[in-house]
Design a protein around this ligand. Structure first.
Ligand SMILES: C[S@@+](CC[C@H](N)C(=O)[O-])C[C@H]1O[C@@H](n2cnc3c(N)ncnc32)[C@H](O)[C@@H]1O
Length: 485
């Protein structure tokens, strides 16, 4: 972030505006909207500004800029056509540690003026750090369409009632949830219709009800998807943003964890390098205890919580303890990796069914029904099968699949680091030397379609910017994990 976004109180403060043309007129309007007193200095004054001159509130001095005019000012804006004057204003203001903005010259500015949506008291400011004001304005217009014009009224309504809510609901979490529920309820549309009295009665009733009930915790078991943060579901995002505490493990992309509220507590329970993960029973118990303290807990799990995610065990513990919970499905690694590798899991010509199988070994051994698995016309997806790949390929051949039967390993699927290693049952074990976790093994004739359908690897040009953004997130992920560890 190049600039610190802040909102400056200039009410009744004197601000100096150098220039009195059309651009200066816009800056004058902005300063006046924020309640500033404005001193204008310019050799000549355009009619638009002349009409606004008003004693001390908008004062005009005809003439050139001189540094002593900065005396008693709190902020300076230079909006002249002269590069020399602009530079002199910037120099003099900086020498006095005064915040200065020079229109269209970011290098001379100590602050920049963002694109603004003003729904007083709600103000949204968008900045492109001076790189593209047009883009910032475009973003502003997009946001504008999302904000009803009555949002200002709603902010006033809520502001007037903050003290009473604070008194009735002393717990921060309970207060926040009350306000969040209010925002999605009937009160905002009632206010938008101008029915302030009804809104007020509804509010009083809701507050009384809330205060009478002790805060009740709950747990959301959320599928965080296979890696690419944009693959999170809308419901998952909503629930994540409600949470007071986020409990997450290794396979959850840090960019997903970052989507939680800034003040939410983050608890990492995954395996760190050279360390053990928190035992499952302990994680489940933590979820119960947090919910019993009245907390809203988001338990984030890679992929889908109910597919090799031990979500079932956590849900059982919650159910036994009487803790309310909700399960939000996620895109499982098989779906995500297959889609991003261009390998359809089923296909009329090649596979009529698909199986998700654990390749996790117990004491180095896999005990699976190989004869069943080696029947063909079915796609086999092995989770946690990286270290057992050679054994899986050998067993499938030993039980009847041909050596040239297609198989692929997908490493870090859906992320910018995705690697698809495609081969056959005979060749794959050698091809994957050096491959890292998380990796998914797909065996089946559908794998042969990868060469034709590998859209994410550039066969059909995957948007470069999209890939770069994903890569950047992956890099943040590494830093984030190091911090978490
Ligand atoms: C403990 S399982 C969790 C599966 C998860 N619940 C799901 O639905 O995807 C972990 C295994 O999922 C697979 N996996 C998860 N994310 C992956 C990814 N982005 N790329 C490849 N494999 C992945 C790997 O096989 C990994 O060993």
């Amino acid at each position: 972030m190049r600039y610190l976004p802040i909102f400056l109180d200039v009410r009744d403060q004197t601000c100096l505006l150098i220039g009195a043309g059309a651009v200066a007129a816009r800056k004058l309007a902005l300063l006046r909207a924020a309640g500033a007193r404005v001193r204008i200095v310019a050799p000549e004054c355009e009619a638009e500004i002349a009409a606004l001159i008003d004693g001390d509130a908008v004062h005009y001095t005809a003439g050139a800029f001189s540094p002593e005019q900065l005396e008693g000012c709190h902020l300076v804006i230079s909006a002249t056509d002269s590069a020399e004057v602009n530079a002199a204003v910037a120099f003099a203001a900086r020498a006095r540690n005064l915040p200065v903005n020079v229109v269209d010259s970011p290098e001379l500015c100590s602050f920049i003026v963002p694109a603004i949506i003003d729904r007083d008291p709600i103000t949204v400011a968008v900045s492109s750090a001076g790189k593209s004001p047009v883009l910032a304005r475009w973003i502003r217009s997009r946001i504008e369409t999302l904000l009803p014009s009555s949002i200002g009224k709603l902010a006033e309504f809520m502001g007037e009632r903050r003290a009473v809510v604070q008194a009735q609901l002393p717990q921060v979490g309970a207060r926040r949830r009350f306000w969040e529920q209010l925002l999605t309820g009937i009160i905002p549309p009632t206010l938008a219709q101008g029915k302030i009295q009804t809104a007020s009665e509804l509010f009083n009733h809701a507050l009384l009800e809330k205060a009478a009930r002790p805060p009740q915790g709950r747990v959301y078991l959320i599928g965080a998807g296979p890696g690419e943060p944009d693959l999170l579901t809308f419901r998952a995002l909503q629930r994540l943003q409600e949470a007071d505490v986020v409990v997450y493990d290794r396979l959850v992309a840090p960019a997903v964890v970052d989507l939680a509220r800034r003040d939410a507590t983050r608890l990492y329970v995954g395996k760190c390098r050279d360390a053990h993960s928190v035992p499952q029973a302990e994680i489940s118990q933590t979820l119960v205890e947090l919910a019993q303290q009245g907390k809203i807990v988001a338990r984030l799990k890679g992929g889908d919580p109910f597919i090799f995610g031990r979500g079932g065990e956590e849900a059982q513990t919650l159910a036994a303890a009487g803790v309310p919970f909700e399960i939000i499905p996620g895109i499982t690694a098989a779906s995500g990796c297959a889609a991003y590798a261009g390998i359809p899991l089923t296909h009329r010509d090649y596979a009529q069914s698909v199986r998700f199988i654990t390749g996790h070994t117990q004491d180095g051994k896999l005990s699976l029904n190989w004869a069943h698995l080696a029947q063909g016309r079915e796609t086999l997806v092995f989770y946690m099968g990286l270290t057992a790949t050679a054994e899986i390929c050998a067993q499938l051949q030993a039980h009847g699949l041909p050596a040239d039967y297609p198989a692929a390993l997908i490493e870090q699927g859906t992320t910018a680091r995705q690697r698809v290693i495609a081969g056959t049952l005979a060749t794959l074990p050698d091809l994957i030397a050096g491959a890292e976790s998380p990796s998914l093994l797909i065996v089946g004739e559908v794998v042969s379609l990868h060469a034709e359908l590998k859209w994410f690897e550039g066969a059909i040009d995957a948007p470069a910017a999209f890939k770069a953004a994903t890569r950047q997130r992956a890099e943040c992920a590494i830093t984030h994990r190091a911090v978490a560890a």
